[in-house]
Design a protein around this ligand. Structure first.
Ligand SMILES: Cc1cc2nc3c(=O)[nH]c(=O)nc-3n(C[C@H](O)[C@H](O)[C@H](O)COP(=O)(O)OP(=O)(O)OC[C@H]3O[C@@H](n4cnc5c(N)ncnc54)[C@H](O)[C@@H]3O)c2cc1C
Length: 383
């Protein structure tokens, strides 16, 4: 169960849907690293009563300033929404545990690898590697960038390698580091972001560097501390102190997709990285998965089995334009952070990091209610 599926299951359960989660792994786990959520998603989590939890396990972002490699400031902006919703720095495993605790007992089935999802006889059918099959009114494919469920919606195609890899890791937030907000540094070839997580006890870092790709067939592997430090050698002393404290790091090849033409087929809908994987340059991949789950929950709340295909079409109409915009912003940020990241024909390289209150002001639940209302109005007979 990834963060996207876990959030969607929590949001759907909160709205009275009966949810079963199938996870291929034999245990619930997330890579021991951090994640940023912005106000567009913290306001959704607040509505299911999570603000105290976020304040307990996370750290509120203040400004997230950006610096050049030597430490001169090049950007930064307030991260709190106009309605007071905060952005948070969180530890992935802690957040995943909280979402999984919100599900009724017995509704997460581990060791179940799905090999096929199809629409059959008015139901959505799943086939598992152990030979078992299950049928549901709706299947939500939240199975990540190598999604099997995606094959039911669009022809299979491999994700695109970005020619970038990310070092990730955690260090104690001790003397010499003492971070109470996040920060980003870049020399326009690579960048490093660091922020406090776990109530401020740890600092998470992500260092994104040019890469030829990891050995065939591997998406992530243990990284070399020597090579990590060499990538950021001579940078701001704050970067040096963080990297000096690293004892273990993992290296991830970064892949993405261009916006898909569809994310729904019949009773099967895609969510999170299965629908719109993006590189981490706007810190919004998980945020889009949260919006997917909360928007879907509004659309599916109280609907009958017969209404599901129409509600999923509304989900697609709700989410495709928004996620395509965020994927595009992410790509533009990647062009800013890495002078080698390709430009589309006629595009100029961006002069700064994209950040927009409008982007973070989006309220997917309000948007879902509007789209539902309009669809209802369109169906109402003209008197
Ligand atoms: C370096 C880095 C930093 C990032 N930082 C941020 C950030 O700060 N903010 C942010 O919003 N986003 C960030 N992201 C993006 C974010 O991590 C992802 O968008 C998010 O984790 C995707 O969640 P998901 O649940 O959709 O997919 P995944 O996390 O990939 O989960 C998929 C789940 O499905 C399971 N699964 C897969 N296939 C099957 C199958 N066939 N059968 C059964 N189960 C299956 C997997 O085991 C897994 O548990 C970052 C990404 C990277 C790489």
């Amino acid at each position: 169960m990834g963060l996207g599926g876990a959030t969607a299951a929590a949001a759907l359960t909160h709205r009275g849907c009966d949810v079963t989660v199938f996870e291929q792994a034999s245990e619930i786990r997330e890579v021991g690293a951090g994640v940023v959520i912005w106000s567009s998603t913290s306001r959704l989590l607040a509505r299911i009563g999570m603000t105290d939890t976020l304040d307990r396990i996370g750290v509120r972002a203040k400004e997230l300033p950006a610096f050049d490699a030597k430490g001169s400031r090049i950007g930064g902006s307030p991260t709190t929404g106009d309605d007071g919703a905060a952005a948070y720095f969180l530890h992935r495993a802690e957040l995943l545990q909280i979402f999984s605790d919100m599900l009724p007992p017995g509704h997460v089935r581990l060791g179940k690898r799905c090999v096929q999802a199809t629409n059959e006889n008015g139901r959505a059918k799943l086939v598992f590697a152990d030979g078992a099959t299950e049928e549901f009114d709706v299947v939500i494919g939240a199975d990540g960038i190598h999604s099997v469920a995606q094959h039911a919606v669009v022809p299979p195609a491999p994700p695109i390698f970005s020619n970038l890899a990310a070092y990730r890791g955690l260090v104690p937030n001790g003397p010499g580091i003492a971070m109470d907000d996040g920060a980003v540094w870049t020399d326009r070839k690579r960048y490093l972001v660091a922020y406090p997580v776990s109530s401020g006890r740890l600092v998470n870092f992500v260092g994104v560097v040019p890469s030829q790709g990891l050995p065939e067939g591997s998406w992530s592997m243990r990284g070399s501390l020597k090579e990590l430090r060499a990538e950021f050698d001579g940078w701001d002393s704050r970067v040096g102190r963080i990297l000096d404290a690293v004892t273990e790091t993992y290296l991830w090849s970064l892949f993405y997709r261009k916006p898909l033409p569809r994310i729904v087929a019949g009773r099967i809908a895609l969510l999170g990285d299965a629908a719109h994987p993006m590189t981490p340059h706007a810190g919004m991949g998980f945020g889009q998965a949260i919006e997917d789950g909360f928007g879907l929950a509004v659309l599916l709340e109280g609907c009958t089995a017969a209404q599901v295909p129409e509600r999923l079409r509304l989900y697609e109409a709700l989410r495709l334009p928004r996620t395509a915009e965020v994927q595009d912003i992410t790509r533009r940020n990647a062009q800013f952070f890495h002078e080698t990241f390709p430009l589309a024909p006629g595009e100029d390289r961006p002069g700064g990091i994209y950040a927009s209150r409008e982007l973070f002001g989006h309220d997917v639940e309000a948007a879902a209610r509007t789209i539902l209302q309009k669809a209802g109005d369109a169906r109402r007979p003209v008197p």
